[in-house]
Design a protein around this ligand. Structure first.
Ligand code: ANZ
Length: 927
């Protein structure tokens, strides 16, 4: 029988599905291991060969762990709420649920073709009510919680209410809005219900707040910062504006420090950890107040360099700062207003990016320096961001680059802060310049000056130490249809949760997936959609990341109706041991998921501070485009002639993308090319050596570049096992690499060689029970060792080449010994599950059992060399090689050497005076 991948692969895929081979349960005494893939958004285009790269790697690992005796959880599902399905619904009127279901069906077929060992009984879909009821439930827990900085965790809002009832707001240390009130217990009790609710909203972890948002008119929704790239939407590239709106937000900032600390405890790629660190952006500094006596106000600034305070020559407010109007004098009014109008057009990102152009306006007012009491001018400028720190800075031109440029431009004083000559090094705490201009800190080091100044400012009640985070609270609302409804209704303008037993709050039907005529989100179109027939529901839906922020828990216990996952399941599976996915989720999904995990831990639902112990980013598979060269006529118009790559420089040509699927090894299939488009039907070719060679280029894999390769086509031709091996063979998992089908034949050939080890020349299955030779054991144990080491360090590409070497060795040795081949199958199974399953069952093992076989134990003895070819020298001159067993002692060796005819010939009758013997190294005869 020949190796026929189609029938073998279909047979075993059906078997695994029918037998539920990969169904996982918790009732086992094996240790657990949780391997998770970032679940896909099922788009209409289906999978291309780049998508499964990470899934293949994680599947190899999951299969390997099973062979190593672990109870492996390896699930898959769909992140199925989101914009593309909704955009499509708007264009076609098709309900997004229908297109989503169709896309999922196609994804599932494609995934099944690759032979993954997913436990499909645990599949989740974030857009299904059984799933999103728990997303809504988690939202309710967040609404009902506050962050107590004394206990450093989230607590039920009831504990806050109890404190208010007992002591009022005194002694509360919470992460909350800036405008919380101070009140006594008695005052709290006298608040109306609405007043109490309004106050509590300032503490809740899911809360409503007016915020400046990235509003994308073309998409009709608000976007998160990480969905806006260079001022346009990541999806679609539409312009994005800044707009103030009442928005649901998540108080993720409460977790900033824990999110930061947790990074030291997990095994993630360093660049990713660095991105999260920067995103969280912890700054240790001080907040300092500059009094404005005429307004009886203070301008509060945040600075990381309080030691530069004697170099302050002005203060700068963000144009949006609330004091700007009051501070602006009559003669500066026109200038200030014109400036504000100008900057309102710029987004925060533009403002940060534009560090070179200096702009600003003087308010006409002065503030007092907190320590010297001197007057300092108050300016506004857009390099100060309203949303960071306090939205105001103390400007130190001799210390800060932007302040320096600003002072130069507007001719403001530049006051030196140290005796360092080089202005660039003035404010560098590591340089040995001495502070000047102040009797207070002159002579101190930076380390001494900072605490001294903070103490002084505290005693003046004009400053304190402060830690600032760059991270903002996360906006948690979309004015879109295809997302989770927020389980909230409004009474007297205030939000209230629906009851837990009313979950899920189903997504209502609407006539169109567009905003209402009055600009309400699409849910505003739902008819008779009111809570208790009278109260308005929240009309925005949850953002794309809501469902993916906790999904790994649902896989642990996907059908549970009483819990998002039962305490037993969570106690067993704990957290994800290995997570594989793309680096594009570095600051979105991976931060929100960590946040959600910490929150659920605080509420006592599980005990793991971090959800993903180890994380690997698979590199992107790029497309490898092919080109044909259309010959142009004298006027530069395209002709119907196409010239091969090597001859194209002799003509004036226009390169055109050609579908990579009609090109093999860069040689164009001429007939398929002619058939591919009507205008190519009469194409003529200028060939080289009878062939049309295409040009190539590495680009993003995309339809428009005709370089998309569908895994289904590869599988049809070569099989899933070849695809799996080949994807790994392309290079290190974490590296970006182009897809190039040119080498796939070699991998296919390798599998045919594996097949042939088990079959005789006539193609009959033929395996012997004889004891293997040392050389055969050696080949086997080399591969056992190599694959085990490679998989443990996620180096999958190197295993593939080692397999090839091993099978070549065994072929040369004409191996067909059961003892060797059986173990070889187990080692190869994670990479090539179908062919190994087939041969395993042909060996007489029970069907399906190779997945749960035992990974063979490496025995180093087989790799120990038992013989050594000794270089034999006579009087120091190397004369010959003599292979001898390594366990011989000196006496035995001397006897053998003396009797060796070749040695006797070389000695030519001379007597041996001495023989020097170093085991495993040399034999030296002295005559
Ligand atoms: C005086 C000073 C002197 C500063 C000096 C720096 C160097 P990070 O590390 O990013 O937290 N700053 C504060 N709030 C700002 C805002 N809303 N927009 C723009 N800049 C702001 O940086 C904090 C520093 O950035 C602060 O320390 C402040 O300038 C500025 F030699 O204060 B510094």
């Amino acid at each position: 029988m020949e190796y026929t991948h189609q029938s073998i692969e279909q047979k075993w895929q059906k078997f695994w599905a029918d037998q539920q081979t990969y169904k996982t349960s918790e009732s086992t005494d094996k240790p657990k291991y949780y391997v998770l893939d970032m679940f896909p958004y099922p788009s209409g285009a289906g999978l291309h060969v780049g998508h499964p790269l990470g899934y293949i790697a994680s599947d190899i690992f999951a299969r390997y762990k099973r062979l190593k005796g672990f109870n492996v959880l390896h699930p898959m599902g769909y992140d199925s709420f989101g914009l593309p399905a909704e955009q499509y619904a708007i264009q076609t009127g098709q309900h997004p649920a229908i297109t989503t279901a169709a896309n999922i069906k196609r994804y599932r077929e494609q995934l099944d073709n690759i032979g993954f060992s997913f436990d499909w009984s645990r599949e989740v879909r974030t857009s299904e009510p059984e799933y999103y009821r728990w997303t809504q439930w988690i939202f309710m827990q967040l609404f009902n919680a506050w962050y107590n900085t004394d206990t450093d965790r989230a607590e039920s809002i009831d504990t806050l209410v109890a404190k208010f009832e007992e002591n009022g707001s005194a002694g509360i240390h919470a992460v909350a809005d800036d405008d919380t009130q101070e009140f006594t217990a008695a005052a709290w009790k006298n608040f109306t219900e609405a007043e109490q609710q309004r106050e509590l909203l300032k503490y809740r972890l899911a809360f409503l707040r007016e915020s400046t948002v990235n509003w994308c008119p073309a998409l009709g929704t608000v976007l998160a910062n990480d969905e806006v790239i260079n001022g346009v939407s990541e999806r679609g590239g539409f312009p994005v504006e800044q707009k103030k709106m009442m928005q649901w937000s998540m108080r993720i900032t409460a977790y900033a420090d824990r999110l930061l600390r947790g990074l030291d405890t997990i095994d993630w790629p360093e660049p990713l950890v660095e991105m999260q660190r920067n995103w969280i952006g912890k700054s240790v500094g001080a907040s300092v107040k500059f009094p404005v006596p005429q307004l009886e106000e203070n301008i509060e600034v945040f600075t990381t360099r309080v030691d530069t305070i004697f170099g302050v020559s002005f203060v700068v407010l963000a144009p949006e700062h609330e004091l700007v109007t009051a501070l602006t004098t009559a003669d500066q009014k026109a200038t200030v207003e014109a400036y504000i109008e100008k900057t309102a057009k710029k987004s925060e990102l533009d403002r940060m990016a534009d560090a070179k152009t200096v702009s600003g306006a003087f308010t006409g007012s002065y503030a007092k320096h907190p320590i010297t009491g001197e007057d300092v001018q108050i300016w506004i400028a857009d390099y100060v961001l309203a949303s960071y720190g306090t939205g105001a800075v103390m400007a130190v031109p001799s210390g800060d680059q932007r302040d320096y440029l600003f002072a130069k431009h507007f001719n403001l004083p530049i006051v030196p802060i140290s005796d360092t000559q080089n202005i660039e090094e003035q404010a560098d705490p590591n340089k040995d310049g001495k502070y000047i201009n102040s009797d207070f800190i002159n002579g101190m080091t930076y380390q001494e000056a900072v605490p001294a100044l903070i103490e002084r400012l505290e005693s003046l009640k004009l400053g304190k130490a402060k830690i600032n985070f760059r991270m903002r609270d996360a906006i948690f609302g979309r004015q879109r249809y295809w997302g989770e409804p927020v389980p909230v209704y409004f009474k007297d303008g205030l939000p209230y949760l629906i009851k837990e037993e009313e979950l899920p709050l189903l997504l209502p039907e609407v006539d169109k997936y567009l905003p209402t005529e009055t600009g309400e989100p699409p849910l505003g179109r739902a008819e008779n959609w009111k809570y208790q027939d009278q109260y308005e529901y929240e009309l925005s839906t949850m953002p794309g990341w809501a469902g993916s922020s906790w999904y790994w828990f649902r896989y642990m216990d996907p059908k549970n109706e009483g819990y998002f996952a039962s305490p037993e399941a969570v106690a067993y599976w704990k957290s994800v041991d290995l997570y594989i996915g793309g680096s594009e989720h570095a600051t979105g999904h991976l931060l929100y998921a960590r946040f959600c995990n910490k929150f659920l831990k605080d509420l006592g639902f599980h005990n793991e501070e971090e959800p993903f112990k180890k994380l690997i980013n698979q590199g992107m598979i790029q497309g490898r485009s092919n080109f044909v060269y259309r010959v142009l006529d004298n006027e530069g118009r395209g002709t119907n002639q196409f010239v091969s790559l090597g001859l194209k420089d002799q003509y004036q040509v226009n390169p055109l993308h050609v579908d990579v699927n009609i090109v093999q090894n860069d040689i164009l299939d001429l007939e398929k090319f002619k058939a591919s488009r009507p205008d190519y039907a009469d194409a003529e070719f200028i060939l080289e050596n009878g062939k049309y060679i295409c040009g190539t280029e590495v680009e993003k894999m995309s339809k428009s570049k005709f370089n998309v390769v569908n895994p289904d086509d590869i599988i049809e031709q070569y099989g899933a096992d070849t695809l799996r091996l080949y994807e790994m063979f392309l290079g290190p998992l974490e590296q970006a690499k182009p897809w190039n089908t040119n080498g796939i034949e070699g991998v296919y050939k390798f599998l045919r060689k594996v097949w042939r080890l088990f079959h005789d020349a006539e193609g009959n299955f033929h395996v012997s029970d004889e004891e293997p030779t040392k050389a055969e054991y050696k080949a086997l144990h080399k591969i056992i060792k190599k694959v085990e080491e490679d998989i443990e360090r996620f180096s999958f590409n190197t295993s593939v080449s080692a397999f090839m070497i091993c099978v070549n060795e065994l072929t040369d040795l004409k191996t067909n010994k059961r003892k060797i081949l059986q173990d070889l199958l187990v080692v190869l199974q994670p990479y090539a599950p179908h062919i190994t399953e087939e041969l395993w069952s042909q060996l007489g093992n029970p069907a399906g059992s190779i997945s749960y076989a035992t990974f063979p134990t490496f025995n180093p003895e087989y790799l120990v060399e038992s013989e050594f070819a000794y270089p034999v020298s006579i009087n120091g001159k190397m004369k010959m090689n003599l292979p001898l067993a390594l366990d011989l002692d000196q006496a035995a060796v001397e006897t053998i050497v003396k009797e060796n005819p070749e040695v006797q010939r070389l000695l030519d009758g001379k007597a041996i005076k001495k023989m020097i013997f170093v085991k495993g190294k040399i034999i030296n005869i002295v005559v």
